[in-house]
Design a protein around this ligand. Structure first.
Ligand SMILES: *[C@@H]1O[C@H](CO)[C@@H](O)[C@H](O)[C@H]1NC(C)=O
Length: 150
């Protein structure tokens, strides 16, 4: 019996480690789309703990309500109410899992990396992630809390 219990715990832990975590998010004004789901990997408990020097995968599933040739990501870290630019290596959404041109009423999965630099302070903050269309309107705008840790 104990053997099975241990096996169960091990399997559960493995699943918890490999599964992308669906995170709670706030929609901050997705004027041109609708967000279905936000996954961050790895994020075993919420708010997600982001370790310095590591990179995290952010996966946003959304439906666009407009057509757009382009899509551009803009990421901010909101610290004490003030948005500070959060640099990401690839801001072109069309190179982040989205097949452009974007068509209306179609579902897309946007997948990108969030690198956490060593020089970032170990604080709690809110990440605000926007994906803008041709007319600079938000295909999605999501906010989720994170904690940067050493
Ligand atoms: C992103 O999330 C969607 C919905 O959960 C999933 O179907 C898809 O496989 C994920 N993609 C990646 C690259 O993790």
């Amino acid at each position: 019996m104990d053997y099975y219990r241990v096996l169960g715990v091990v399997l559960f832990s493995l699943l918890a480690c490999t599964k992308a975590e669906q995170v709670k998010f706030v929609d901050c004004g997705s004027a041109e789309g609708k967000v279905a789901e936000v996954d961050i990997y790895p994020c075993p408990s919420q708010p997600c703990q982001l370790h310095k020097g590591q990179s995290y995968t952010v996966n946003v599933t959304f439906t666009s309500s407009v057509a757009s040739q382009t899509s551009t990501a803009v990421v901010h870290g909101v610290v004490a109410g003030i948005p500070v630019p959060f640099p990401i290596p690839q801001s072109d959404g069309c190179k982040s899992g989205i097949q452009c041109p974007i068509e209306p009423q179609k579902a897309y999965t946007y997948v990108n990396q969030l690198p956490v630099k060593n020089e970032y302070p170990a604080i709690k903050l809110v990440v605000e992630w926007e994906l803008r269309d041709d007319s600079s309107k938000d295909l999605f705008c999501i906010k989720f809390p994170v904690q940067i840790v050493n």
